[in-house]
Design a binder for this molecule. Structure first.
Ligand code: GDP
Ligand code: MG
Length: 163
């Protein structure tokens, strides 16, 4: 039983917001400008008495909306190498993008445990929309709002059980 959780996903889906919520820290940089991701960030977290480490594979955001396939591959590789459980974060506001599909393919090929998490599910309408993420073929879609905390309790209960 390990206790390392890594968050992967394309820029601007809310990785750093979730990292900050889990760790109670303001270490990760949260920016409304999507950008190129650099390296990774580590934090400690606890839920229901269980301690775990969190890796934000997005690291520091620099620059523009363009993220190279190589960057995303690197993120996924970091997560696969270092984590026991990978949280694949997608954005319910945007729906499935080509990059989400690429990440899904990489994760399916890895043999790590993956939880698919739809973020920005701030309201009931988004909850309906997020059902499309079942199309990524990664099983159950966990709806959360990293921003306002919605759904995070139930999600963390399941995450701890899967660790
Ligand atoms: P990252 O690039 O994946 O690390 O994404 P960030 O955590 O920097 O967030 C990108 C943007 O999405 C910021 O403007 C956040 O405030 C916003 N965001 C994050 N989580 C949520 C959420 O649950 N709901 C909404 N509406 N916005 C969110
Ligand atoms: Mg970030």
């Amino acid at each position: 039983m390990g206790n390392i959780v890594a968050i992967v996903g394309r820029p601007n889906v809310g990785k750093s917001t979730l990292f900050n919520r889990l760790t109670g820290q303001r270490k990760a940089i949260v920016d409304s400008i999507a950008g190129v991701t650099r390296d990774r960030l580590y934090g400690k977290a606890e839920w229901a008495g269980r301690k775990f480490s969190v890796i934000d594979t997005g690291g520091y955001i620099i620059g523009s909306d363009d993220v190279f396939e190589g960057e995303i591959r690197k993120q996924v590789q970091i997560a696969v190498d270092e984590a026991n459980l990978i949280l694949f974060l997608v954005d319910a506001e945007d729906g499935i993008t080509g990059m989400d599909e690429e990440v899904a393919n990489l994760l399916r090929r890895s043999e790590k445990k993956v939880m698919l998490v739809a973020n920005k599910v701030d309201n009931a309408m988004r909850q309906t929309q997020s059902a499309e993420f079942y199309g990524l073929g990664l099983g159950e879609v966990h709806n959360i709002s990293a921003m306002n905390g919605g759904g995070t309790g139930d999600f963390l209960d399941e995450m701890i059980a899967a660790l």
